[in-house]
Write a protein that binds this ligand. Structure first.
Ligand code: GDP
Length: 331
């Protein structure tokens, strides 16, 4: 074997599964450590058409976060934003429950135009990520249409109506991924999970019900992870029995699930080899059947994101060494 072939066989690549704001924080840390060795597979169940525009909230959050363009004050959207479009829209009496900044709008207009011309979302996002200077691959979980729908005590509503317009107030009874059975993983997602250089799969601290479940609902995608033969670890989005932000804990309570990291492991139903859990919840995961890595997981600063990413990589490498990569993942 030549030196190049040997180098090619080195397990350097990480695939991360990610939703929006919470997941993107860890994805940023991973991207700074790994560059082009990182592939982020992103939820598109939240995507929707609004005012004729194709909007991909989680993909855009990852795009803005990894390129350093995220709006840190708002916690969503793009930095240095202006709102002329929304002001005029309001004057015209149009619906304004979903905020679209002027700079953000340009991305939606271009995406809509490109998709209508027959381009795939994967291809469009790859070009935009490249033009934003991002070395990591940002992949939609599928190029097919799946729509997260929330069944609540106030009726059935599309995800963004529940999340943004109703601010997650309605009590959730069930979450449905409309169209899931007709979707498939893209060639790029399949290649990333089949790559012989794959080192581990990391499930970011995203909402398991709204961000990760849709990804795992793409037929065949979960199986690709199961047979990849590498450690699969999740970072718990629960700290001290609560979500850091957003409705994760509220939804868990409404669905009758305890708001614990243990419940997160159960949610992923045998997929995980390890869980990264905050020091505040160390006792709670004492007797888990999988390996745990107990470290501070709150990412407030850039250093927190980098530190957690480094710690996650140390953990997956420890799991690989302990188990031997051929046995790990043979579930
Ligand atoms: P969304 O799609 O924008 O709601 O974002 P995600 O689904 O990716 O992330 C939401 C989850 O991120 C929530 O459950 C939060 O508890 C979790 N989260 C946010 N920030 C942090 C953090 O700093 N550390 C950890 N462990 N979880 C976080």
């Amino acid at each position: 074997m030549t030196a190049t072939e040997k180098a090619d066989r080195k397990k350097t690549r990480i695939v991360a599964l990610c939703g929006g704001v919470g997941g993107a924080k860890l994805a940023l840390g991973l991207s700074r450590l790994l560059g082009s060795d990182l592939t982020v597979i992103v939820n598109t169940g939240d995507d929707f058409e609004h005012l004729g525009l194709q909007i991909s909230p989680d993909l855009d959050t990852v795009l803005y976060t990894l390129s350093g363009l995220a709006n840190r004050e708002l916690g969503w959207g793009r930095a240095d934003e202006s709102w002329n479009f929304m002001e005029v829209l309001r004057d015209l009496g149009s619906e304004t429950w979903f905020q679209l900044g002027d700079r953000d709008l340009a991305l939606h207009v271009q995406r809509t135009h490109q998709l209508k011309s027959g381009r795939s979302l994967t291809s469009f996002m790859a070009e935009v990520a490249n033009s934003f200077g991002i070395a990591a691959q940002i992949l939609p979980m599928t190029d097919d249409t799946m729509r997260t729908t929330v069944v609540t005590t106030d009726g059935v509503m599309p995800f963004q109506r529940y999340f943004v317009e109703r601010r997650c107030a309605p009590v959730v009874e069930k979450i449905v991924f409309d169209g899931a059975s007709g979707t498939k993983p893209t060639a790029q997602v399949t290649a990333a999970l089949n790559d012989p250089r794959l080192r581990a799969v990391v499930i970011c601290p995203s909402n398991p019900f709204l961000s990760i479940d849709p990804i795992l609902s793409v037929p065949g995608l979960r199986r690709l992870i199961e047979v990849a033969g590498v450690p699969v670890v999740a970072v718990s989005p629960i700290i001290g029995g609560k979500a850091v932000k957003g409705p994760t804990d509220k939804i868990m309570a409404e669905l009758g699930v305890p708001t614990t990291s243990r419940a997160i492991v159960e949610r992923y139903g045998g997929l995980l080899d390890g869980l990264v859990v905050d020091v505040a919840d160390g006792d709670e995961v004492a007797n888990l059947s999988i390996e745990t890595h107990i470290v501070p997981t709150l990412m407030k600063t850039e250093a927190d994101r980098d530190g957690l990413a480094r710690s996650v990589l140390d953990f997956v490498d420890r799991l690989s060494m302990a188990t031997g990569s051929r046995e790990v993942g043979c579930r």
